[in-house]
Design a binder for this molecule. Structure first.
Ligand code: UD1
Length: 358
């Protein structure tokens, strides 16, 4: 099951691993349509070499509408295809909607990226994580904290499999293409000479005052180093909706949501990254690029404990204090977490075939 942009990146290697493992297990990719447009969805299927999915076309809406529409559409899909197993990934609305539908129909569910917890129930993703893990059957885990949380929540260890990170598998697969990408020259950027910025968390962009502060931090960074700001549709919509008169400084380049390979190229060549994304914390750690995460908590503590990630309280004065380090070329060094080696999807398919799809 896929629905939103980060899901595509996590599922592509699993599709590839199933193909590689032979045709005794048939699999299909179903796309809920939570993300539906060219730059948030279609381009990822092309870049990541995924086949055309079965489309449920649910589109945008409130959380309740989105989850409800996905459940109704996915129920029909399960009736039609009668799967032995449903694989859900990540923490988006499509994840919980599909897991809940399948479980209620008696279909086994595996959750890839299970056990992550930010401890912040005001994040829609945290609710999706907790709810998905409470009902699914098999957990594939990316980092030590995931296993710990699941055990504390009563999971028996035989259903938990620490396999690494399929998002990093996709990164490995696309490194060569990213090295060949023309995005840096297209944007007239020099390697290691700019800050790459993204933001889209509701807590940072759905409140007008907070969004203004976030934009003023972009302006401040750009006084010190060129900024490339990849604007998510949620953020673009809200800048419009609030009628903000924000104009990027001369040292800031605003670009729309990027395809996977171009974004990977922008990340690996950045001097540092500033973000509120979940996945980018992991991708920068795997690349060894310094990352500053504008959130009060992370569900991916391994990126802070051993990776390049630094958490920054998203209050204007705190952000400016914390970002003094990277703008003055003082960076945290990190290591790549265990099993983030490009082989996670192969391990997942191997375990599924051996233990659950016999
Ligand atoms: C969703 C996920 C978030 C993930 C993010 C990655 C949930 C609760 N959140 O947040 O965890 O990090 O995706 O992007 O599932 N829109 C478009 N084109 C699209 C899709 C959306 O323009 O293809 C616009 C719509 O106006 C929509 C808004 O973006 O209302 C937000 O999309 P939505 O799926 O509700 O949440 P995201 O903020 O993208």
């Amino acid at each position: 099951m896929v629905g939103a942009r980060p899901n595509f990146v996590k599922v592509a290697p699993i599709h590839k691993a199933f193909v590689k493992a032979g045709d005794d297990v048939e699999h299909i990719i179903v796309h809920t349509g939570q993300h539906y447009d060219e730059k948030m969805s279609d381009v990822f299927f092309r870049d990541l070499n995924m086949p055309k999915p079965v489309m449920l076309n649910v589109g945008s809406g409130s959380h309740a509408q989105q989850v409800a529409k996905i459940m109704v559409a996915f129920e029909e899909c399960i009736l039609e295809y009668n799967p032995d197993l449903v694989i859900v990934v990540g923490d988006v609305n499509s994840t919980i909607a599909c897991a809940l539908t399948a479980v209620k129909m008696g279909v086994k569910v595996a959750h890839v990226e299970a056990g992550l917890r930010s401890g912040d129930r005001s994040m829609p993703e945290e609710v999706n994580r907790v709810a998905t893990d409470a009902i699914c059957d098999i957990a594939f885990v990316t980092e030590p904290s995931g296993e710990l949380h699941l055990v504390n929540e009563g999971w028996s260890e035989d259903r938990i499999h620490t396999v690494g990170n399929t998002m990093i598998d996709s990164q490995y697969d696309s490194l060569a293409a990213a090295r060949d990408s023309s995005v840096l020259s297209d944007l007239k950027l020099q390697p290691a000479a700019y800050c790459l910025m993204t933001m889209h968390r509701p807590s940072n962009v759905d409140d007008e005052v907070q969004l203004r502060d976030m934009l003023s931090v972009i302006d401040w960074i750009s006084e010190h180093v060129p900024v490339v700001f990849a604007a998510h549709p949620r953020t673009e919509n809200n800048i419009q909706k609030f009628g903000l008169d924000w104009k990027p400084t001369e040292n800031t380049t605003v670009i729309p949501a990027q395809d996977f390979v171009s974004f990977l190229s922008l990340m690996m060549n950045a001097r540092f990254v500033v973000t509120d994304s979940g996945g980018i914390q992991e991708e920068t750690t795997a690349l060894g690029v310094p990352c500053y995460t504008l959130r009060t908590s992370t569900e991916r503590p391994v990126t802070v404990d051993i990776g390049t990630n630094v958490m920054v309280n998203p209050v204007k004065a705190d952000m400016i204090t914390a970002l003094q380090d990277p703008v003055n070329n003082r960076f945290k060094k990190g290591k790549v977490p265990p099993l983030w080696d490009g082989g996670a999807a192969d391990r997942i398919v191997d375990i599924l075939k051996r233990e659950y799809l016999k």
